[in-house]
Design a protein. Sequence first.
Length: 223
Amino acid sequence: MSKLLFDPELIPVDSVAGERSLHDERLTAAWLRQRFAEPGAWEHEQTDEHLMRMAGVSLIAASVLLPIIERVDGLTMLLTQRTAHLTNHGGQISFPGGRADPQDGSAIDTALRETEEEIGLTRKHIDVIGTLPDYVTATGYRVTPVVALIQPPFELRAEPFEVAEIFEVPLAFLMNGMHHQRRVVELPDGAGRRTFYAMPYERFFIWGATAGMLRNLFHFMRA
């Protein structure tokens, strides 16, 4: 959907996932490295977004970077707010990333290239520790979430056409099921119902694919 059929912030909360927050011991860079090194068995969650993608449209390969910043007072997740004029997901909260280019050698290469282009974070600051299962969006993208640890100091520079703002959210907030809202909307013109996750934080409304990928990171870390 290139244009939203509803305002997600106006959709009331239907329920809260409600799982307990992760223990502090799991919210460390060392624990994350070990978890991705030995992932073990776990089940990821699929929202209904992958069922609503545009009929007859082939999936477009894309990647995003989930940049986890190693701050002195705890891990944070770096996110961006897209500029309002963009056709797809304008104004929404997202991870840095985008569609694959032919010269990209892998999904990881795509995430690293797009991250440098969008926010100026260079590869020398990025320590990729693993990937999560692909996430299929209603707009026809198959997105590979690439998880990385980022050690300050580093410099950021927002690409003004695509990125309106860069901000961080404590990972402890995002890895708490009490902050994972489920919202249900009846789409117009008989298009059916859509259930989506939202994780509002301060003045930022994190929802949709971004919240769905964070939800899978949560399942991975708590398994």
